[in-house]
Design a protein around this ligand. Sequence first.
Ligand code: G4P
Length: 302
Amino acid sequence: MSIQWFPGHMNAARKKAAESMEKVDLVIEVLDARLPQASSNPMIESLRRERQRPCLKILNKSDLADPAATKAWLAYFSAQPKVSAVALSCRKPVEVAKLPALCLKLAPHRGTALKPLRLMIMGIPNVGKSTLMNALLKKRVAKVGDEPAVTKTQQRLLLGNNIVLIDTPGLMWPKIAHPSDGLMLAASHAIGVNAIIEEEVACFLADQLLMHYPQLLAKRYGQPVDALDGPGMIETIARARGYRLRGGGLDLEKAAHTLLQDYRSGALGRVSLETPESRAALLASYVVAPSDAIPQEAQEAE
Ligand code: G4P
């Protein structure tokens, strides 16, 4: 599977983020609640620890995630020092309205007229940073350039309650440490993929769903799914929906696309692709390849 990240982008993003972090009291890290660890960027964590900044982790899109998995992730993150975690949907203004109070709790020495609480929002693409910003500001704001190379004026946006949002490029490219992270990120649309890889991503997703949520697949496509594997599930969708190519064969590409769309939109139901337990099992099974044994900092400097 050829999903890559680019060291050049990572270096530029790290430098920018490090500069921005100097000027803030609190980091809001937006994660995708369906894959909180795969959608986090270890660089954000290492930077904020270096600078000793507290962090509010937002498990966004929790309307799409499995509530039991989300509960486990909240406990997992909240046990970390200087971290608070909250699950919500940035599309719901009442849920976003709870955030200022949580932010002030994490930086109690700030939040006065003289010392406003300065925060920045960070995260990988498509996790909902802009949606969050708009909900916090109760209006649409133009995006500050996400590309590290684009220089734009930094904005200070007042949120009320003596809180200032430093609007600075907070986008971090995902660091894909494990192949399954790449597949989870692609399934959730945090990274784009071409049509060929889309089928591979859909097969991975189908396998995950068959393992953990077979009843949702059976309900959505009206077919028994007991004896299926990932590719078999895609075929079943193509047959059930009558997706045919000109020659009469099954249109697997269309079926793959349908499955991905149904997962992304929530049409399948509430699904999570990882839990703290599955993450721990993944890490335990991971054999360090010689190239991975190079310290991360050194790899990024290459
Ligand atoms: P980014 O700045 O981090 O790149 O993400 P952005 O806010 O642009 O959000 C990416 C997509 O995720 C958007 O959908 C947005 O509406 C959706 N989204 C954000 N927060 C939530 C949430 O809490 N729940 C759900 N279900 N979706 C959320 P889009 O398809 O790009 O556009 P559209 O749906 O707004 O048309």
